[in-house]
Design a protein around this ligand. Structure first.
Ligand SMILES: [Ca+2]
Ligand SMILES: [Ca+2]
Ligand SMILES: [Ca+2]
Length: 233
C-alpha cells in the first residue's frame, strides 16, 4: 500500500531497503528500529558529517553505521547506555522517550518550561527532552485528560505519530472533516484529521481508507509515507 511512498523515499535517497546489500525488499510491516530511524532522519535532514565515524561499538558493520555516526555528530542522538554511551542499540524499536529526544534535538527545542511536566519520567535520561517537547506543544502526555504521565517506554503508535507531526509541523485548521470511523472520540481524532487534510496520511485500509488504525505501532512503510508527505514536494 505504500509502494509510491517507498519508491519516492528510495529515489530521493532516504531509504535503501531492508536486506542489504541486495536491497530488493523494504519490509513495510516491520516496526521502526532505532537504526532505521537514524537513517530516515539523516537522509530527510541531509546530515553529512560523520565526525570521523565509529561513535558506537554495537553498530560496527551495520548498514546503518554511517547514518548513526552522522546522527550522533549532528547531536540528535547520544547512545543507548548512558552515561557511557558507547552503544546505540540499532535493532531496538523506537520508544516514545527516544522519539522525544530525536525530535527535540532535530528541531532545536530548548525551553523546558521549568521542567517536570510528567511524573513517570522522573530521573529518566529523557526527562529533559520530554519536558522540552511538552513545552514546545508537541506532546501533552499519555493519560488524557489528566496528562501527568508520558509513558516514555511505550512504542510509538500511529495516533501518537499523527499528533507529534501535526504539532511539530504546526498544521492548523478548523473544520478538517471526519474521514475515519475508527478514531471517533479518540483523543487524536482532530490531529489525525489535520494530518489527513494536509495530505500526510490517507488511512490504513486502502483503497477504501475509511479507517486510520490509531493504536497500531508505526511500521517502516508508514514512516516512509509520513516522511514523504510531510517533507516531499
Ligand atoms: Ca561503530
Ligand atoms: Ca518529570
Ligand atoms: Ca472520525
Amino acid at each position: 500500500m505504500f509502494e509510491a511512498d517507498i519508491e519516492w523515499l528510495a529515489s530521493s535517497g532516504i531509504t535503501k531497503g531492508c536486506n542489504p546489500p541486495k536491497n530488493d525488499r523494504f519490509c513495510p510491516d516491520d516496526y521502526v528500529t532505532r537504526g532505521q530511524m537514524a537513517a530516515f532522519l539523516v537522509r530527510a535532514l541531509s546530515y553529512t558529517d560523520d565526525g570521523g565515524g565509529n561513535k558506537f561499538v554495537d553498530d560496527n558493520g551495520s548498514v546503518f553505521e554511517g547514518d548513526i555516526d552522522r546522527l550522533a555528530t549532528a547531536g540528535v542522538t547520544r547512545g543507548c547506555n548512558p552515561p557511557k554511551n558507547d552503544r546505540f542499540c540499532p535493532d531496538e524499536r523506537v520508544t516514545r522517550g527516544q522519539m522525544a529526544a530525536f525530535l527535540v534535538r532535530a528541531l532545536g527545542y530548548t525551553d523546558d518550561g521549568g521542567g517536570n511536566e510528567f511524573v513517570d519520567d522522573n530521573g529518566t535520561v529523557f526527562e529533559g527532552d520530554i519536558d522540552r517537547l511538552a513545552t514546545a506543544g508537541v506532546t501533552r502526555g499519555c493519560n488524557p485528560p489528566r496528562n501527568d504521565r508520558f509513558c516514555p517506554n511505550d512504542y510509538v503508535t500511529r495516533g501518537q505519530m499523527a499528533a507529534f507531526l501535526v504539532r511539530a509541523l504546526d498544521l492548523t485548521g478548523s473544520d478538517a472533516g471526519d474521514r475515519f470511523g475508527d478514531d471517533d472520540g479518540h483523543v487524536f481524532e482532530s490531529d489525525i484529521e489535520l494530518l489527513a487534510a494536509a495530505g500526510v496520511t490517507r488511512g490504513c485500509n486502502p483503497p477504501k481508507n475509511d479507517r486510520f488504525c490509531p493504536d497500531d505501532y508505526v511500521t517502516r512503510g508508514q514512516m516512509a509515507a509520513f516522511l514523504h508527505r510531510a517533507l516531499g514536494e
